[in-house]
Write a protein that binds this ligand. Sequence first.
Ligand SMILES: Nc1ncnc2c1ncn2[C@@H]1O[C@H](COP(=O)(O)OP(=O)(O)OP(=O)(O)O)[C@@H](O)[C@H]1O
Ligand SMILES: CC(=O)N[C@H]1[C@@H]2OC[C@@H](O2)[C@@H](O)[C@@H]1O[C@H](C)C(=O)O
Length: 358
Amino acid sequence: MVKNNFNIIGVMSGTSLDGVDIIYASFKYSNHWEYTIIESETIAYSSDWLAVLSSLVSQSKTELRAIDESYTKLLAHLILQFIEKYNIKYIDAVCSHGHTAQHDPDHGYTYQIGNLPILAEILQLDVVCDFRVQDVELGGQGAPLVPIGDALLFPDFDFCLNLGGFTNVSTEIKGERIAFDVCPMNIVLNHYTKQIGFDYDDGGKLASTGLVHADLLHELNALPFYKADYPKSLGLEWVVAHVFPLIDSKNLDVHDVLRTFVEHIAIQIAKILPVTKSVSLLITGGGAFNSFLIERLKALTTCEITIPNQLVIEYKEALIFGLLGILKLRGEINCLKCVTGASKDHSTGVIYLHSKSI
Ligand SMILES: Nc1ncnc2c1ncn2[C@@H]1O[C@H](COP(=O)(O)OP(=O)(O)OP(=O)(O)O)[C@@H](O)[C@H]1O
Ligand SMILES: CC(=O)N[C@H]1[C@@H]2OC[C@@H](O2)[C@@H](O)[C@@H]1O[C@H](C)C(=O)O
């Protein structure tokens, strides 16, 4: 009989490098999925790890392999610490995304570090991980993977928008889930706030004091990615190649860069929402705390915006990777070809059973 109740640890490290999100959650299935986040924590990276993770894109395969091993051990250590701190007793599996090191799906390549089999051995727990590789092997973009979770856990919303390192959206068109990356967000904003001594732009206050630079805004909006049809996804490589050089060529004050980029984000999001009818929009990810961006979004759209509680804002991705792991354990589809462009719907992820469970 298929198991319907699961207690899992969900682990996610996103592109913003704000830390490792870990949750302990219970899931229950009876006609539909229900979840409860029981414990949660974001564990910030040390400055040494931040330096390593910021340089992943340019590492050789051999260097990446070594980093992968240390990073897998780091994740194991953080997960064990979390389990001990919250005195967690019953865990069906650890479902972990790891951290995207390199992503070039159009050349059949994606690499998430932190997904080596030693994770299960150190934890002495069953692990489901490495969710993107199989999709890329099947011709998909390997991202975004969260939309099936949006459909299963948040079915009441017309659109689910995640404001993380990149913004991505998922929605249903004619009964089919579609999703794509909209534009880069905190990965760009944080890069510039750091130049004036801030990790991020709290509430968007820095941006709100800047001026929109019309030429830069126009050139950002004219980047070819925005004209391409979905499925489509973005990576740091694209930002480094196209966005930073464009912004830096203007030699602007950082406040003006932030203000212009916030406007760019709001315009790109508004462009994907229907103008003729009011739709419901769930906004999660750290960018949901950027009140200035939300204000700009409200000015440019007619949608009904819901910003959920802090747990869902911050941990929705870790929660959904938990669900993807559970679906994999149940042998069910957890990756949709209509979202990633893969050749078929499939059950993605790798299961490592720890030595005691084999
Ligand atoms: N109070 C705040 N005001 C403005 N921005 C904030 C605030 N709190 C967090 N953020 C932004 O949100 C970021 C973290 O967001 P999140 O954790 O959703 O990103 P991520 O998981 O790394 O991204 P991704 O979804 O791309 O993987 C921070 O780096 C910061 O830029
Ligand atoms: C390759 C990769 O790690 N992509 C991430 C990234 O961060 C946001 C956006 O770009 C999204 O496509 C994806 O993550 C989310 C969690 C996803 O797969 O749904």
